[in-house]
Design a protein around this ligand. Structure first.
Ligand SMILES: N[C@@H](CCC(=O)N[C@@H](CS)C(=O)NCC(=O)O)C(=O)O
Length: 215
């Protein structure tokens, strides 16, 4: 399998895919994208017209795989010996997928809306949108705090695709809306930060960290 990941180290969804690749010790080539560059953006859209990263290219199977979740599902399906990030047990599999969706839709999405607003020029800000995103995060934090009581990882003792989603989502969300009032969620984030796969993705983002917009 000859794999290339189109990504940027600071991107939360790219970190989600990186965590899965590192968990499975999967060899791959890196294609770093600077989407602020018009030429790079145009060429990337030839690969994936939606223009969002990460995208995995599998030359051996002539497949282009967008969407972090689908990249992880693809690795689980086609990469023998890869860590079982999507459990074979159907009961655990739907629970994994539910939590994966949860972290994307109810943590990453509002977090991105808040961060995105910081990048808008004065006069184009959306305070109501930010307020609504903050409220969504507060609801999600309450759910996570209850769900993580007595649990190590999102679905129990096994690290899965849901934890790949949770690690960057919670890390960035915690920067815009601290988890301090949610001790189980905060402790979960600490465990995620210590997980070698995410610690590696996090360290690789270090040279770009100053690009993250401050409040
Ligand atoms: N649904 C996509 C979301 C990916 C996404 O939002 N990627 C962001 C970076 S974290 C991106 O490519 N932003 C650039 C853009 O929207 O132009 C996934 O799960 O992979």
């Amino acid at each position: 399998m000859s794999l290339t990941l189109y990504f940027h180290p600071l991107s939360s969804y790219c970190q989600k895919a990186l965590v899965a690749l590192y968990e499975g010790d999967v060899p791959f080539e890196r294609h770093l994208l600077d989407l602020l560059d018009d030429t790079v953006r145009t060429r990337f859209r030839e690969l994936w017209p939606i223009g969002k990263m990460p995208v995995l290219r599998d030359d051996a199977r002539d497949q282009t795989i967008p969407e972090a979740t689908i990249i992880i599902e693809y690795l689980a399906a086609h990469r023998r010996g890869c860590a079982p990030l999507v459990p074979a047990d159907p009961e655990l599999a739907w629970q994994t997928r539910l939590r994966d969706r949860f972290y994307d839709l109810y943590v990453s999405d509002p977090m991105q809306r808040i961060v995105g607003d910081r990048l808008r020029p004065d006069g184009s800000k959306d305070p109501l949108g930010v307020e609504q995103a903050m409220a969504s995060l507060a609801t999600a934090y309450g759910f996570i705090d209850r769900a993580m009581s007595g649990r190590t990882w999102a679905i129990g003792e096994t690290f899965t695709m849901a934890d790949c989603a949770a690690a960057p989502a919670l890390h960035y969300a915690n920067l815009v809306a601290p988890l301090s009032a949610h001790p189980n969620a905060a402790a979960y984030l600490e465990r995620l930060m210590r997980r070698p796969s995410f610690a590696r993705a996090y360290a690789e983002a270090e040279p770009y960290r100053q690009m993250f917009p401050k409040a």
